[in-house]
Design a protein around this ligand. Structure first.
Ligand code: RIB
Length: 294
């Protein structure tokens, strides 16, 4: 079983469905409201565990009801929570999501995720160094991402950076990471002066630009490759990117070739959007394999 460490955010998603997304100063009537587990880090941890990896989450939650919900959800999905420490006097992370007009809009309140600091990470060096691959995202402080990238580079551990939500990234992180998985918007921020094609050529087999329903594009050293997405009836696209990243990390850690790893991850992500909630549709290993054979 491959060992995957996820360093990142934990949250509860507060999800409203509505026919219409409200504009500035506008009030609309919604249809439903639900709370479900979320947070990019937690989503990736749960997705990787369902796909058969041994997963350790490194993060923080508040000492509140949402914190308990998050920890219980990790336990029921088989994710190790020995390094998810609750903190007093700060709320757990939350994401405020509107599902309307076939897409989501999200406001994230980081809460305890802001306390996944470099100092916290320094206490986890042994845990990080024991992993086959580390997955990280950007709902935690930027300095933490920089430090983790240095630790991984020094220890020779592959780091997969999912640079979401979009923000500028220290050039040292781009160099230290083994894999980068921005969407088109995030890629534009990361590689300001370069076109997507130029950026891909600069980082063969390292940069994977996700293009939603189109698929995932990378440069294999000889040519640009587009691995097409699988067509499904989407119910909720929240968490599709997280499922992609987790599945990609699992396949890479298992030693699958790049193209097959992207295919596996695309298939997992496509299955994930067929049910409500960031984690609601995340597939098991058996479901992805059955789907790949169909
Ligand atoms: O990537 C999807 C996640 O982003 C949601 O679950 C929400 O928590 C936001 O952080």
């Amino acid at each position: 079983m491959v060992k995957i460490g996820v360093i990142g955010s934990c949250a509860v998603d507060l999800v409203v469905t509505s026919d219409k997304r409200p504009g500035a100063g506008e009030t609309v009537l919604g249809e439903s409201f639900r709370t479900v587990p979320g947070g990019k880090g937690a989503n990736q941890a749960v997705a990787a565990a369902r796909l058969g990896a041994e997963v350790t989450m490194i993060g923080r939650v508040g000492e509140d009801n949402f914190g308990e919900v998050i920890l219980n959800n990790f336990k029921s999905n088989g994710v190790s929570i020995s390094h998810v420490e609750p903190v007093a006097d700060i709320e757990s992370g939350t994401a405020h999501i509107v599902l309307a007009e076939g897409d989501n809009s999200i406001v994230v309140v980081k809460g305890a995720n802001d306390l996944v600091t470099p100092e916290y990470i320094k206490q986890k060096l042994n845990v990080i160094q024991d992993m086959d691959i580390i997955l990280i995202q950007q709902e935690i402080p930027e300095e933490t991402v920089v430090l983790v990238s240095q630790i991984c580079a020094q220890a020779g551990i592959s780091l997969l950076l999912n640079p979401a939500p979009a923000r500028e990234v220290d050039p040292s992180v781009i160099e230290n990471a083994a894999y980068l998985t921005p969407n088109e918007h995030e890629a534009a921020l990361l590689f300001g002066g370069l076109s997507p094609a130029q950026a891909l050529r600069q980082y063969p087999n390292k940069l994977f630009i996700t293009e939603g329903a189109q698929g995932v594009r990378y440069y294999d050293g000889r040519r640009e490759v587009l691995v097409p997405a699988f067509k499904v009836e989407a119910v909720d696209t929240t968490g599709a990117g997280d499922t992609f990243n987790a599945a990609f990390a699992v396949a890479l850690a298992e030693g699958q070739p790049i193209y097959e790893s992207v295919m596996f991850a695309n298939r997992a992500a496509s299955l994930s959007v067929t049910k409500f909630g960031a984690q609601g549709g995340m597939p098991t290993r058996e479901e992805v394999e059955a789907s790949l054979q169909s």
